[in-house]
Every structure is written in structure tokens, then in C-alpha cells.
Design a protein around this ligand. Sequence first.
Ligand SMILES: *Cc1c(COP(=O)(O)O)cnc(C)c1O
Length: 229
Amino acid sequence: MSEIATNLTLIRQQIDLVCQSCGRDPQSVRLLAVSKKKPATLIRDAYNAGQKLFGESYVQEFSQKAEELELPLEWHFIGGLQSNKVKYLCGKTALIHSVDRYSLAQEISTQWAKIGLTADILLQFNLGGEATKSGADESEALELAKRICALPHLRVRGLMALPPYFDDPEEVRPYFRRLRLLGEQLSAAQLPNLVIEELSMGMSHDFEVAIEEGATLVRVGTAIFGARD
Ligand SMILES: *Cc1c(COP(=O)(O)O)cnc(C)c1O
């Protein structure tokens, strides 16, 4: 068994265990393998170990690897995204996690309209108010969601957050909880084209806490592929 296969097996076991202990259906949590800065050969190893869902953060790197691999993978885009690069993702990604402003949503809608499809997106929030991280401000959530939901070729499927790093995952819990509550608030507004069925939160060192707080997509890189340089 490759090291990646072993890691994947371990993580899937951990996900099952946490789900059991907090009374969730393990099927309600999907593992997104974050393969940024890792070569296509390692993605192939993960695919051979049964992993189909991959997340990338850089447009050019994503395009190169997706083309090289020619595998029936489900790609999610999770990184900061410039509007002028949206066209390279069009029709190739199943979900964009990192939509944090109206102009970006507008461009996604425009590009997907050209291929006659509707893009699935998540709204990303910067819950820690960190200057170095992308994500919309919580205080503008409803206003932003209303404007984005009015775009014709988009569906908002949920929320994403990249909370501040803490050594102790317990300290991240309040952020995960806040994202879930924000999702409930937005759901209550009953906007068209918005269904909060995904919460993308939790990474290698805190995905278990994220699952306890309702994560449906955990974005795990290092724990699968090893440290990035
Ligand atoms: C890199 C990255 C991850 C994965 O982080 P790990 O700590 O390696 O699991 C998850 N989410 C986003 C947005 C990332 O950029």
C-alpha cells in the first residue's frame, strides 16, 4: 500500500469515528483531498486508493494537472481567485469554495452562462478578520448573498471558512460554530438560488472538531500528501 493510501484509510477511519461519536451519518461528510503544490503522480496514487474529490488553490497549477491526469476526478477550487482567471475554471470545477465578493460571482455567472450551465459556489467568510486572508466580512453576509443570488447562472450551495490557526483545535471550534450559525441565518432569509447544504471547514489538524460542528466538506492536504515546501 502506498503511503498516501495508508493516510487516506486513516483519515476516513477518523471521519467515521467522529461521526459515530457525534451521531452523524459518515456519508454526510466528504473528504476533499487538497493537492496544491503536489505533483500529478501523487494525485494518481490517491485516485488509485479510491479518492475522487480533489481541491486546488492555484488556477494555472490546476489546469496543468487536470489536463495531465485525464482522470474522472471531481475538482473543487478553494484558493483566492482573480476574476480574469475564472474562464480557465469554467466547466472544469464542480464547486468553487472561495467566492467572497460580488464582482467575482458576476464573472463566474458570465462564464458559466457561455457554456449554458449553472455554477455551484460557496461563499467564503473571513471569520477571524485576518488581513492576510480572503473571505467576506460576516457583517455584510446577507447583503452580499442577496446580490449574488440574483445572478442567473449561479447556485449558492453553502459556506466556506479558513479560520485562524491555533495549535489546539478546540480553539477553532467557535469559528466553525459561527459559520454554521451564519449558514442558518442565511437559510432563514429564503433567498432564491441559495441552499445551505455544504459547510466547507476543517483542515488536516482540526477536521474532527469541524465535523462535530457540522462540516460537510473537510479540506485535507498535509495529512494525506505530507508537508508542502
Ligand atoms: C492548503 C489548504 C488546505 C489544506 O490544509 P492542510 O493543513 O494541508 O490540510 C485547506 N483549505 C485551504 C483553503 C487551503 O488553502
